[in-house]
Ligand binder design. Structure first.
Ligand code: XMP
Length: 509
């Protein structure tokens, strides 16, 4: 079992970032909400307490009994986590009188404690808190200050327990990585051996043991997650893994054939299923985006279930679920509103009565890609832009028809191949075309036309949560616009989407 760091979540928007920074140090970590901390964590090397939106002085404020960790393993409290330790030990935490959001500089640093070794005077840190520590408890020692915040960092004497009132996990804290390395590597003593190679080796061994001679079924989508999950399981059990790749008729031009070919080339036992007509029938007359998503999800489950039943004695359903989908995030202000139902095939395991295996459910997206590289999955699959499960179905605004799909596939093909030819494809995070439900007047030769409008969108992003529109070169946009209008006669107007997320989303529906 790998060495691990436990991250206790008090509801901060940055908790996942802490985990990513620790993982970047090749150290395994898990996030657990403050009210669901597992009892026995094997090989626990240290604990990080996240920030959070509450005030430690509120009666309902989230709290835990820290005596289960303090003095046994090193503990680092960040913002709320640090204030909680102070509050529980009779120090003084009060609403801050001056602004403590944004950039600040550590003008006093005590280099003796291991935590702040090699950090430089006046290094920039990122603050974000409404309360502040006014007075430290007796055995807490101040180890850093900013101009406005005296107790920017402290150490509890006689134990490896620290608190900081700034966020080392955000990039605005210039030497945040140094601080986290000091904590995780030097104070907790983690050996930094959690690499993609080791992950593959240990996961394949675990899968071999868990699955034995059982048959497993997995739905491939052409995306990174399901492909990496398939290759891992394939390494463990070979032909006992039965993959199903459903053509829902909502994929990009030629995508089904090309991706199926790559999968076979990778040695996967994969069956391609042409189910276009079933999806088109389910979408007929549907206009509302959520209705369309539901119709597509439901049809997928039906088709997949039928196909899976053709495999004799199948026992397991494998899924490419990744860590951000499973982290139970603390909801301090009530459940966060569902903006869109992205869980397209959420009902699959319930319907199928199979045991579920999810080999990637501890990994972040970038880690899945790194594991994919170790597994020698071709770049054309690993480097693919994210593509929504409902595919072009949610990029045709209004009712989806086979004819509209054909038009959008053509447009999308010119856009995506153009990006690839100009070396821009890998520079944007996701690019797409949307067929709008309006016609506009145009003129071609001597004729007036009344044809469709298409929007092109390309965004930069890290995880899809926030995104900015890509500033593609004008001459490229001009070229693509000409190509599309000259070749796709159903389109006579192209617009480029210049909205960022938020407030816009990446997809239009
Ligand atoms: P939005 O449009 O919410 O999208 O900014 C964020 C990311 O999620 C993808 N997306 C979906 N993925 N099923 C999916 O599997 C969906 O229904 C869905 N809707 C959006 C979107 O393409 C982007 O990468």
């Amino acid at each position: 079992m790998s060495e691990q760091i436990l991250i206790i979540d008090f509801g901060s928007q940055y908790t996942q970032l802490i985990a990513r920074r620790v993982r970047e140090l090749n150290v395994y970590c898990e996030i657990h909400p403050f009210n669901h901390i597992p009892d026995n964590i094997p090989n626990l090397k240290g604990v990080i307490l996240s920030g959070g939106p509450c005030s430690v002085r509120d009666a309902e404020a989230p709290a835990i009994d820290l005596s289960q960790f303090r003095g046994k393993v090193p503990v680092l409290g960040i913002c709320y986590g640090a204030q909680l330790m102070v509050h529980q030990n009779k120090g003084n935490v009060m609403p801050s009188e001056i602004r403590e959001y944004g950039r600040a500089r550590l003008h006093k640093i005590d280099q003796h404690p291991e935590l702040l070794k090699e950090m430089t005077i006046d290094t920039q840190v990122w603050m974000s808190h409404g309360d502040t520590i006014l007075e430290l408890p007796a055995n807490f020692k101040n180890i850093a200050s900013t101009e406005d915040v005296e107790h920017a960092a402290f150490k509890i004497e006689g134990e490896e327990t620290y608190g900081i009132q700034f966020h080392p996990e955000v990039t605005h804290t210039e030497e945040g990585k140094t601080l986290l390395r000091n904590f995780v590597v030097h104070i907790c003593g983690c050996s930094q051996d959690w690499t993609p190679d080791i992950f593959v080796e240990s996961t394949v061994a675990w899968l071999k043991e868990k699955l034995g001679n059982d048959k497993v079924v997995l739905g491939l989508s052409g995306g990174v997650d399901s492909s990496v999950a398939a290759m891992l399981i394939h390494r463990a059990i070979g032909k006992n893994l039965h993959c199903i790749f459903v053509d829902n008729g909502l994929l990009r031009k030629n995508e089904f054939e090309e991706v199926l070919h790559s999968y076979r080339h990778m040695g996967l036992n994969v069956k391609g299923v042409d189910a276009k007509d079933a999806f088109y029938a389910a979408l007929k007359g549907k206009i509302d985006p959520e209705d369309k998503r539901k119709a597509i999800g439901k049809t997928f489950i039906e088709i997949f279930d039928q196909e899976a039943h053709k495999i004799k004695d199948v026992k397991w359903l494998a899924q490419g679920t990744i860590y951000p989908d499973v982290i139970e995030s603390v909801s301090v202000n009530g459940p966060s509103a569902t903006i869109k139902s992205h869980h397209n095939v959420g009902g699959l395991p319930e319907k199928m009565h199979l045991k579920v295996v999810e080999p990637l459910n501890t990994l972040f997206k970038d880690e899945v890609r790194r594991v994919g590289k170790t597994l020698e999955i071709p770049d054309e699959i690993l480097g693919r832009h994210p593509f929504p499960g409902p595919g072009l179905g949610i990029r045709i605004i209004g009712e989806v028809t086979p004819e509209k799909i054909r038009v959008l596939q053509e447009v999308d093909h010119y856009f995506i191949s153009g990006l690839k030819e100009r070396g821009l494809y890998d520079k944007v995070w996701q690019a797409l075309a949307v067929l709008l439900p309006i016609q506009s007047v145009g003129v071609m030769g001597d004729e007036r036309t009344y044809e469709n409008v298409v929007a092109l969108r390309a965004v930069g992003s890290v995880d899809g949560m926030t995104a900015d529109w890509s500033q593609l070169p004008y001459d490229f946009l001009a070229d693509i616009s000409n190509k599309i209008i000259n070749n796709v006669k159903e389109v006579n107007r192209i617009v480029y989407d210049i909205s960022s997320k938020p407030p816009a989303t990446i997809e239009w529906e």
